[in-house]
Design a protein around this ligand. Structure first.
Ligand code: FFO
Ligand code: ATP
Length: 199
């Protein structure tokens, strides 16, 4: 009997999360700065409008260098858990934060300040792993897949860009029906453009 997909992915997630946590400070700082350059130079990087990042945890590559380098017309947002999906809240350094149920900081904002997923111009998503065809492996909660289900087989915006360290690029088993493919992945090593891949 073939192993369940979940049984294959569980040890892979564990291994990839260990790999990203094992990087030392100097490597992370350098990688985050290189990543920012690649993100800011993307062909489809927006000049204005809301863009989504995340609050790095568990060894995830940091986004502060990207956030600081964004064009003045762009509004940096962080994900906020809402039911079984993510919505997004504009956030600047110094604005209040509160931990969500996973212990990840979320902006404290009035409900009318929250932005829906389809309002984002570009979304930078944390990767546990990714492959050469633009398939993404996340923490396993399905949050990004549920939130951006409307992008399956549908053109951007929002542009979906996965980010991580190059050591997170690995072969992945075939995608699940709900997996939302990436338009690109960026790492310290450069851009992996998936816009033309066959899938
Ligand atoms: N920085 C960051 N923010 C993010 C995500 C992410 O992967 N990284 N998410 C991406 O989806 C969403 C939150 N989803 C998450 C899903 C699982 C876990 C997690 O830590 N799971 C633990 C078990 C924790 C628990 O149940 O309390 C684990 O698997 O070890 C965290 C966030 C939105 N915000
Ligand atoms: N569009 C969807 N409709 C219903 N369930 C979904 C959908 N997308 C994801 N899921 C659920 O989410 C669970 C986790 O999916 P998956 O293993 O692909 O997570 P992931 O993409 O790695 O995690 P994340 O998006 O949180 O980073 C799946 O078991 C599935 O039941």
């Amino acid at each position: 009997m073939p192993a369940e997909r979940a049984d294959l992915l569980r040890p892979l997630r564990t291994q990839l999360r260990q790999r990203r946590r094992a990087l030392v400070a100097a490597e992370r700082i350098d990688a985050a700065q290189r990543l920012a350059r690649h993100l800011l130079n993307l062909e489809f990087a927006p000049d204005d409008g809301p863009v989504a990042g995340y609050w790095a945890m568990d060894g995830e590559i940091a986004l502060h260098a990207w956030q600081l380098g964004l064009p003045p017309g762009c509004r940096y947002c962080l994900p906020v858990l809402s039911g079984d999906r993510l919505v997004f809240a504009p956030w600047r350094p110094g604005d209040p934060l509160r931990p969500n149920r996973f212990g990840i900081p979320e902006p404290v904002v009035a409900p009318d300040a929250l932005l829906e997923a389809d309002a984002m111009r570009m979304v930078v998503m944390p990767l546990v792993g990714f492959d050469d065809r633009g398939q993404r492996l996340g923490m396993g909660g399905g949050w990004y897949d549920r939130t951006f289900a409307a992008r399956r087989g549908v053109a951007p915006p929002p542009w979906l860009v996965g980010v991580g360290f190059e050591l997170q690029r690995v072969p992945l088993p075939p995608p699940a029906p709900w997996d939302v493919p990436l338009d690109a992945a960026c790492t310290e090593a450069g851009v992996h453009d998936f816009r033309k891949v066959e899938r």
